[in-house]
Design a binder for this molecule. Structure first.
Ligand code: PMP
Length: 439
């Protein structure tokens, strides 16, 4: 009997044996194309020799030294490299062990910032109904996925949620994409005014929505207007790039394509590319200065922040991403993938929308294309597709995502940036096989 506490207690997964390039293999030798990089993690694919060499070299130097006593060379170099490529104004990097930790740090830093500058009434967080920000209590409360939130709601901090920017469902007939973006962003202003601007601490959003929606990009101009509103009311803009960041959408930071910079951002997943558990929170020079000029201490921390081996792995990953042309490749291969998906499924009676940016692509499944009516959750379409694709030797991320906080079925594709045309073909062929079985 296994003593592992598995994700699903009623079914045992196969044991992974090895990984090479875009493929994973289980202990029976079965090959799986990692079409979602796990959960948008494995941007470099599996078995990258440069990253494993960097990890081994760091282990030979020193594995761990607590940040209460030391900084380390890989942590310092990683922070420098990230800031060199980060959106304007971001100046400091706080290294943690994953996405939820990065979001918790972001929320607590926002709160401490307002305490330091003498605005203690600012405590409200506004986020969006279609969002996922992590599974720890603060991050879970911030996210808008009602299914994930519900059992733990009594333990949660109060947050408010506005509509997502979700053109496929909310752009009206005759309304331009720009007009829709403006209308969606203006919901933030209305919510700030409803709560009282002097009480609002932060607005939190994923630039391209991932796990709850299947790669939903914002409408043009949406984030420009969001930035304006945040500035007008002194609200911090926290962008969660845990899934969409680190080159996944075709630029190292996803928000670069929207022409804005946040006050705080969270990254993870692609940062360690699966080679080590690592995340980071980046904050503006102004926020850092408020702490520096005030108490001089960010009242937060975990044992493994700034872990030297994790930092060495991420340094090797980000070096490859920023100097090897891989982010441009993600952009180009993303176009190839989008075209192949549109070719194969564009006319499918149960495919409502195919969307995304770079190698972050989503397919929204509907019972009826005309009315965009989703499948009833009891049909378990996403779950059945996950099983059928896995059997066919394809890993994708078909989550019963959310439509405005409620269930809806989506497939998320986020393959390694190193994939080639033949892998795109293989993804589409295997997806077609699975779709034929399920729909
Ligand atoms: N934010 C977003 C946008 C995510 O997609 C995720 C993970 N799916 C998280 C936060 C949480 O990250 P982690 O699972 O590493 O804690």
């Amino acid at each position: 009997m296994s003593h592992i506490f598995p994700r699903h207690t009623k079914s045992a997964p196969p044991t992974v044996a090895r990984g090479e390039g875009v493929y994973l293999y289980d202990q029976t030798g079965k090959q799986y194309l990692d079409g979602s990089g796990g959960a948008a993690v494995s941007c470099l694919g599996h078995g990258d020799a440069d990253v494993t060499a960097a990890i081994k070299a760091q282990l030979d130097q020193v594995a761990f030294a607590h940040t209460g006593f030391f900084t380390s060379a890989p942590a310092e170099a990683l922070a420098d490299l990230l800031i060199e490529h980060a959106p304007a104004g971001l100046e400091r990097v706080y290294l943690v062990s994953g996405g939820s930790e990065a979001m918790e740090a972001a929320l607590k830093l926002a709160r401490q910032y307002y305490l330091e500058i003498g605005q203690p009434a600012r405590r409200s967080i506004i986020a969006r109904r279609q969002s996922y920000h992590g599974n720890t209590l603060g991050a879970l409360a911030t996210g808008g996925n009602m299914w994930r939130r519900e059992p733990f709601a009594p333990l949660m901090i109060d947050t408010s949620h506005i509509a997502p920017c979700y053109a496929y469902r909310h752009q009206q007939a005759g309304e331009s994409a720009e007009a829709y973006g403006l209308r969606a962003a203006n919901e933030l202003e209305a919510e700030i005014l409803r709560l009282g601007p002097e009480t609002v601490m932060a607005f939190v959003a994923e630039p391209v929505v991932g796990a709850t929606a299947g790669a939903v990009p914002p409408a043009p101009g949406y984030f420009k207007r969001i930035r304006e509103i945040c500035d007008q009311y002194g609200v911090l803009l926290i962008l969660d790039e845990v899934m969409c960041g680190m080159g996944r959408t075709g630029t190292l930071f996803a928000c670069a394509q929207d022409g804005i910079a946040p006050d705080i951002t969270a990254i993870a997943k692609g940062l360690g590319a699966g080679y080590q558990p690592i995340g980071a929170m980046l904050c503006s020079g102004a926020i850092y200065k408020a702490i520096e000029d005030g108490s001089g201490f960010f009242q937060h921390g975990h044992t493994y922040i700034g872990h030297p081996v994790a930092a060495a792995a991420a340094l090797a990953v980000v070096t490859k991403l920023t100097s090897g042309g891989l982010v441009g490749r993600a952009q180009a291969m993303g176009e190839t993938l989008q075209a192949a998906l549109a070719d194969a499924f564009g006319q499918h009676p149960h495919v409502g929308d195919i969307r995304g940016r770079g190698l972050f692509r989503g397919i929204e499944l509907v019972e009826d294309r005309e009315s965009k009516r989703p499948f009833a959750p009891e049909r378990g379409i996403a779950k059945a597709l996950k099983k059928a694709t896995f059997e066919a030797g394809l890993i994708c991320y078909p989550m019963g995502g959310t439509i405005d906080g409620k269930n809806g079925d989506h497939i998320l594709l986020a393959p390694p940036f190193i994939l080639d045309d033949s892998h795109v073909e293989e993804i589409v062929t295997k997806l077609e096989t699975a779709m034929r079985q399920v729909l």
